[in-house]
Every structure is written in structure tokens, then in C-alpha cells.
Ligand binder design. Structure first.
Ligand code: DC
Length: 238
């Protein structure tokens, strides 16, 4: 069967990665979470003194990018059934999901030299097709020629609640659970929407030929079934 590129874009925390991952598993495609790549660059900057509270040290970060000091890769984890993110050979899957990274990632994702680096890597990953990639600019900038483009959204409140539930599920201790604050998460979701949609390079927007899915009222199973149908329709037309 002909292999295609599937681009899943949309707002943060709307379940894009869950449905993209599920589809990739069902149809035997490679899944790439591009948000994880922006998060890994953010973690690198934070760990190397390039992202103090005052703001990003752009020159230092650009020098690190140009010198090839930031290598991001994915390795499939059979236990969790999804790929883990590695930064310079170290597994950073948990670190990149923490709030301190979530709060800082959007300004990093707005830097043109970071976008150029990651866009090039993402295009290389999709050269053979047979890929499901999720992000913000996959259907508009990374693979404008993707055969299937989906733009996913849900209300900010629904997304904040999902993120809260997810972090609560992952929290190991009572202190971690106590530290979670719904209002703070909602603020982060709204701020990221704003920065992601207003940046100059590759802002979050719906590609003209994308199919829109508002999943505020859908269960995971319903979303997955919907996406599988879109895939089958698209392949049948190719
Ligand atoms: O999907 P996520 O929440 O893990 O994404 C993290 C951040 O990276 C978010 O602020 C948007 C940004 N991002 C982006 O600008 N382009 C992408 N293709 C993927 C993510």
C-alpha cells in the first residue's frame, strides 16, 4: 500500500500526540512528536545557563546549534509503546514534560535558527514517508505536501483539565500532587496558544487543506476511530 505523510497540527494539550501515536501503531508508521524536539532544545538551554529568568541568551544558543552540540533522537520504548526522546544520548523523556520546560518552550520555538534546525531534521525523518508527525507547523511549513493534514483543537479549559489530569496521574508523591495548580496550567495553555500563533516564523495556523477536528466532546477512542477513517479515505484516493 502506498505510504503517505500524515501531519497533525493544533493547539497544545489537545490530545494530538495521543491520537497520532495510536494511529502510527495501528498502521505501522513511524511517529514523531516534534514538540518533544523543541522541549529538548529548551532543556539544553536551561541546563547550560542559556535560559536564565531574564531571558534566552540567543547568541550562546545559536553558537551551540551551529556547532552541532544539540543532538536529538528518538528510541522506541517497548514498555510504554512509544518513542522516548534523547538529548545528546541521554533519555530526557520525563524532564522535558515538566512544568519548568513547558513554561519556557514557546519563546525557544519562536527562534528562527531553532526552527530551521528542527525543520530540517523533521524533513529528513519523513523522506521515506510512512510517518505520522505532530506539531504546530507540520502541514504548513515542514510538509506542506503531506497527503493528510489534520488540525486539532479543543477549548482551553478542556485542554488545561486534560493536562492537569495527565500530570496528576504521573505525580509520584503527595508533594508533587499538591504542587499542581489548575489555574497555573490554564494560564500556561493560554500563553502558549498566544505565542505559538503570533510568532513570525511558522506560526500555528490551520493549513488551507487541513481537516479540522474539535475534540472537546470526543473520547480518545472516538478520536482514534475518526483519524483511522481519514487515513483510509486518503490512501484510497492516492
Ligand atoms: O506539543 P508540545 O506542547 O509538546 O509543544 C511544545 C512547544 O513547542 C509549544 O509551545 C509549541 C512548540 N512547537 C512548535 O512551535 N512547532 C512544532 N512543530 C511543535 C511544537
Amino acid at each position: 500500500m502506498k505510504k503517505i505523510i500524515i501531519a497533525i497540527d493544533g493547539h497544545s494539550s489537545c490530545g494530538k500526540s495521543t491520537m497520532a501515536k495510536q494511529l502510527a501503531k495501528e498502521i505501522g508508521y513511524v511517529y514523531v512528536d516534534t514538540g518533544a524536539m523543541y522541549r529538548a532544545v529548551t532543556l539544553y538551554a536551561m541546563r547550560n545557563g542559556m535560559y536564565p529568568d531574564e531571558g534566552i541568551k540567543e547568541e550562546a544558543l545559536k553558537a551551540a546549534v551551529d556547532a552541532g552540540k544539540i543532538q536529538i533522537s528518538f528510541k522506541f520504548n517497548a514498555e510504554t509503546g512509544r518513542p522516548d526522546t534523547y538529548l545528546n544520548g541521554e533519555k530526557v523523556e520525563d524532564e522535558i514534560r515538566q512544568m519548568d520546560v513547558s513554561n519556557r518552550v514557546s519563546p525557544i520555538a519562536a527562534l528562527p535558527f531553532v526552527r530551521a534546525l528542527l525543520t530540517e531534521q523533521q524533513q529528513a525523518m519523513g523522506k521515506e514517508k510512512g510517518i505520522v508527525m505532530d506539531g504546530r507547523d507540520i502541514g504548513t511549513a515542514v510538509f506542506p505536501q503531506a497527503e493528510l493534514k489534520v488540525f486539532v483543537t479543543a477549548s482551553a479549559r478542556v485542554r488545561a483539565q486534560r493536562r492537569f489530569d495527565e500530570l496528576m496521574g504521573k505525580a509520584q508523591t503527595q508533594a508533587e500532587r499538591d504542587a499542581l495548580n489548575y489555574d497555573e496550567i490554564l494560564k500556561n495553555v493560554e500563553e502558549r496558544d498566544y505565542i505559538d500563533s503570533h510568532r513570525e516564523v511558522a506560526p500555528l495556523r490551520q493549513a488551507e487543506d487541513a481537516i479540522v477536528l474539535d475534540n472537546s466532546q470526543l473520547t480518545r477512542e472516538e478520536q482514534s476511530a475518526w483519524l483511522l477513517e481519514r487515513y483510509k479515505e486518503t490512501v484510497a484516493k492516492c
